[in-house]
Design a protein around this ligand. Structure first.
Ligand code: CA
Length: 447
């Protein structure tokens, strides 16, 4: 259902919010992503908002200004709190009704706007005067490993003769992450301290991470959950997915390397994860379901519980992802951020439906607002590698910055900025906003 194209996707739609008609905006009227914001100038509690151009539509204020009925009215009531969780729980129909209602209200030719101009304009808050907050109360967070290119590149550094482990083409691999340290875009991230051990050293030592990295990922949120003991069929999986955001899975490679065997990632990952502020709904992404990873002829078919034709044909999302970096020196010299890589989410080996279905296949209950990360999005080419470990080939091929500096891994004062957008002939381009995180020095309060 969320894959169907409807009137809200019409590329000809324009909004009375002028900035939404700018061809370069991430937030035209065809997008309408949801988030949570707080005005910088008032003591009002955080509110659910919808991004439109360079403005935020305050959903609660809007519901007081004009009439909402039926499912849209229920959806608006679910937006009364200060997170999206209540809106995520009931399912895609509510969200879809809200989208249709807001799309009609925000159109340039809206009669309601013409008769309520002043009241409706008061429902807008300029994005640059608002503080964007984490949009969801995240109960559980799981991170997958769904790019075969990333898994092969990283695997070949540790096992040149046998980069992919035998389970990879059968199991959507993941680990349970930490939700307490998930932060919203713009939040500074402190370099972690931890145990590391140099290859030629006898003993490990404790101190600041020396191999700090980012991972470019797509996050997706669970909408309606499932009961414990009740798996989710793959044909129903997307009805349990609310929407997507950008995710930076900060990684301390030296801590990770020393600790990951035998139980997988732990403190090398749990110190911080950054999310973009806006959640792009599955419905907004409907026009961009036009690409999916094709398995090699000699690859095994997914096991039946992960395999339906519809998902194999339309389960991918044609979403371009980019990572930029600025160093302190670059900012001092007023240099623009440098693009490190560009990849595409359709190149993932596992679809979001397969990841979700696999997660619930043992009867594990997923709850509204749970977050899943896709795993680092890397493509087949070198310029599409989604982390520094891969881009700089484990430090052996440093990245040259325009300031004359070189980077093997991240330095204090660096800032990592991720962007994503969908673009397709015949449709309006939509974007995800940014996922930004500056790196602070490690804490010295360790002993
Ligand atoms: Ca990851």
């Amino acid at each position: 259902m969320s894959r169907l194209i409807n009137e809200t996707h019409d590329p000809k739609l324009k909004s009375w919010v002028e900035s939404a008609n700018d061809p370069n905006t991430d937030f035209p009227i065809q997008n309408l992503p949801l988030g949570v914001f707080k005005s910088r100038s008032s003591n009002e509690p955080p509110r659910v908002g919808v991004a439109i151009g360079n403005q935020i539509l305050n959903v609660k204020a809007c519901s007081e200004a004009v009439h909402f009925d039926k499912l849209a009215a229920e959806a608006v009531r679910a937006c009364a709190g200060s997170s999206l969780n209540s809106l995520m729980a009931p399912g895609t129909e509510h969200c879809s009704a809200l989208r249709e209602r807001l799309s009609r209200l925000l159109r340039a030719d809206s009669k309601e706007y013409k008769s309520n101009k002043k009241t409706l304009e008061k429902c807008l808050v300029p994005m640059d005067s608002a503080q964007l907050l984490l949009p969801v109360e995240i109960g559980d967070y799981t991170d997958f490993y769904s790019s075969i290119h990333h898994a092969t590149n990283v695997g070949s550094m540790f096992r040149p003769d046998n980069p992919l482990l035998p389970n990879y083409k059968y199991v959507p691999i993941g680990y349970h992450g930490r939700s307490s340290s998930i932060v919203v875009s713009g939040t500074s991230v402190r370099r972690p301290n931890g145990q590391t051990k140099d290859d030629d050293a006898q003993e490990p030592f404790f101190g600041p991470c020396r191999l700090l990295d980012y991972e470019l990922e797509v996050g997706f949120f669970v909408g309606p959950g499932n009961s414990i003991g009740e798996p989710i069929k793959i044909k129903d999986a997307e009805n349990h997915i609310f929407g997507l955001c950008l995710l930076n899975d900060w990684s301390a490679r030296d801590i990770q390397k020393w600790e990951y065997q035998p139980l997988g990632p732990f403190l090398g990952k749990s110190f911080a994860t950054t999310l973009s502020s806006w959640v792009v709904t599955m419905e907004a992404l409907a026009p961009f379901r036009n690409g999916v990873f094709k398995r090699a002829d000699n690859d095994p078919k997914p096991l039946p519980y992960l395999d339906i034709a519809e998902d194999q044909e339309h389960g991918g999302i044609d979403l371009t992802l980019e990572v930029f970096i600025t160093s302190e020196k670059m900012r001092n010299q007023k240099m623009v951020p440098m693009r490190l890589s560009q990849g595409n989410f359709k190149d993932m080996y596992w679809t979001i439906a397969q990841m979700l279905t696999h997660h619930a296949s043992n009867g594990c209950n997923l709850r509204p607002g749970d977050l899943m990360g896709s795993g680092t999005v890397s493509g087949a080419t070198k310029d599409s590698r989604g982390c520094l470990l891969e881009l700089a080939s484990r430090g052996s091929e440093p990245i040259q910055l325009p300031s004359g500096e070189a980077r093997r891994f991240l330095q204090d004062g660096d800032e990592v900025i991720m962007h994503a957008y969908c673009q397709r002939q015949g449709f309006r381009r939509i974007g995800f906003g940014e996922c930004r995180g500056p790196v602070l020095p490690a804490s010295n309060k360790t002993t």
